[in-house]
Design a protein around this ligand. Structure first.
Ligand code: PHB
Length: 400
């Protein structure tokens, strides 16, 4: 006959076995630009995701996440689509995440639908991306969230009666043009010129584009470029051509005053006004904690930016799904869990709109100032909890 010790030990082993049997490993396919000119973007999102995982690891209990990372290299869509195909069919991922460039998210969206895999967008900003698959939720931004209110702000608060728009010639650039123009002209302004400025891959020489705009002499120049080295070159060209003294104010979404590029822009960046949802300089408890953790992990000289915060928030969304479904992921359940999800992000309060599966967040008017010997972002105005205006107004593809 077994004694009581043997019985208890057997029982404990059985319980441990049962718990282990239930523990799930959730496979997340991460598609980011890990190499090439946009590698720094992939690194920001990747670091944001990893930092969240590290700080919150114990919240998943016995469940685990396995990240399967793939390099989408460039904005064209083809490499990302191939990667997603393999992630779904060969690696059998439970979820997809990442996507820096809009064409990469757009090319991959039908595969998420066919494969029934939930897809969390962590950057790509073209407004109608979430409409391309019922399994997409976006934690980053829509170009209309910054462009449309900036149009109104430029006319009402910055005193601009005329404006030109310079944009990188691919979907989020065209979206930015339409967003700004709609907001600006609704508020009584007039867009007098719209200048496509090359594709997202190479940083062009902006001089001929800006010279044409300088000659037209608008009060405001609204520029969208896909951040990074494009943004540095935009600010440099604006200054080199003496456009501020000529009476044209450079404005844009926060992509042109990205935290990681700000110090390299030099004093000529001082006074720039942009509209965005995140800066590392936000002085709130949640952001101070985030920036401190970031610097402890990645070095005192490194800084998170809007791409990093989307990686962090995107991983918070993935954790929410895993916890809600106890690790047993299916696309319908995951998207249901994300609809209406709220979170106290370093950027401020965020929500996934239940109807559109797109992010809702505050948009802040950023002014570049000099503080303690460095360039910094000061928030001079806030528009609370902005839903994507493209879908609110049902403009173009957002109305279909
Ligand atoms: C995009 O391709 O959607 C994109 C890329 C970089 C940005 C913003 C949007 O800064």
């Amino acid at each position: 006959m077994k004694n009581w010790k043997t019985t208890v030990l057997a029982g404990t082993a059985l319980l441990a076995w049962a718990a282990a049997a239930q523990a799930e490993t959730v496979k997340v396919g991460v598609v980011l630009t890990y190499s090439g000119g946009a590698a720094e973007f992939g690194q920001q999102v990747d670091r944001g995701m990893n930092l969240y995982m590290k700080k919150h690891a114990e919240e998943l209990g016995s469940n685990k996440i396995e990240l399967i990372k793939r390099d989408s290299k460039r904005p064209g869509g083809d490499i990302a689509k191939n990667a997603v195909q393999q992630l779904i069919t060969r690696d059998k991922v439970d979820m997809l995440a990442g996507f820096i460039f809009s064409p990469n998210a757009m090319a991959s969206a039908p595969l998420a639908t066919q494969g029934k895999v939930p897809m969390v967008i962590m950057n790509a900003g073209t407004a109608w991306i979430p409409s391309l698959s019922p399994y997409i939720a976006r934690v980053s931004f829509s170009m209309w969230q910054s462009g449309y209110p900036m149009g109104g702000y430029a006319a009402d608060k910055l005193g601009c009666k005329t404006a030109a728009v310079g944009y990188t010639d691919y979907p989020p650039g065209k979206d930015s043009l339409n967003a700004f123009k709609t907001g600006f002209e609704k508020a009584g302004g007039k867009v007098v010129d719209a200048v496509p400025m090359g594709g997202p891959r190479e940083v062009p020489d902006f001089t001929p584009f800006f010279q044409r705009i300088k000659d037209a002499g608008p009060d405001c120049l609204y520029v969208f470029v896909p951040a990074g080295n494009h943004a540095t070159a935009v600010v440099k060209t604006y200054n080199d051509l003496g456009m501020r003294d000529a009476g044209t104010m450079l404005i844009g979404p926060g992509d042109i005053t990205q935290d990681t590029k700000l110090q390299g822009m030099g004093d000529g960046a001082e006074g720039l006004i942009t509209m965005h949802h995140y800066s590392a300089d936000y002085d709130t408890p949640a952001n101070r904690e985030f920036v401190e953790a970031w610097k402890a992990e990645y070095g005192a000289d490194s800084t998170p930016d809007f791409m990093a915060v989307a990686g962090w928030d995107g991983m918070a969304a993935i954790f929410h799904v895993i916890k809600t479904m106890d690790g047993k992921i299916d696309a319908e359940g995951a998207i249901e869990a994300l609809k209406g999800w709220t979170y106290d992000s370093p950027r401020g309060p965020i929500m996934i709109d239940a109807e559109t599966r797109d992010i809702v967040h505050d948009e802040n008017v950023h002014k570049v100032i000099k503080k303690d010997g460095r360039l910094a972002i000061e928030v001079i105005d806030t528009i609370k909890q902005v839903k994507d205006p493209c879908k609110e107004l049902k403009v173009g593809k957002c109305g279909q």
